[in-house]
Design a protein around this ligand. Structure first.
Ligand code: FE2
Ligand code: FE2
Length: 121
């Protein structure tokens, strides 16, 4: 796996495009919600919103992968499940290390794992 740069300031850009409009829009929202945890690290609401958006996005992504009989579905879902379990253990205030872990996870996941379904869904 390639290790991609984490944008600073943390925001989605066109290098993250998967070329499915709803998925790209959801990815933008995930970047925003992680950015917002970084700037409101005491906020339980910001953390909860991020957890809910991740779950919602992963569910939608899995639905369309499964509908397309995408070959990488099972392994892809395992990556999602692992990250949700990790996020579920966090509590506010979230540490710098944790915020960076999550920001980096999303960057690497989109470019190494989500990119593999481009053109196949
Ligand atoms: Fe994914
Ligand atoms: Fe995704």
């Amino acid at each position: 796996m390639v290790n991609y740069a984490v944008p600073e300031p943390y925001r989605w850009d066109t290098s993250f495009m998967v070329f499915y409009e709803r998925l790209d829009d959801e990815h933008k929202g995930l970047f925003q919600s992680l950015f917002s945890i970084g700037t409101n690290r005491d906020s339980k609401a910001a953390l909860k919103k991020c957890q809910d958006l991740m779950v919602g996005h992963f569910n939608y992504e899995q639905t369309i992968m499964s509908r397309a009989n995408y070959a990488g579905f099972k392994e892809h879902k395992e990556h999602h499940d692992g990250f949700i379990a990790h996020l579920g253990k966090l509590s506010a205030p979230v540490t710098d290390e944790e915020i960076f872990f999550c920001k980096n996870w999303l960057v690497q996941h989109i470019k190494n794992i989500d990119f593999a379904y481009r053109g196949k869904l």
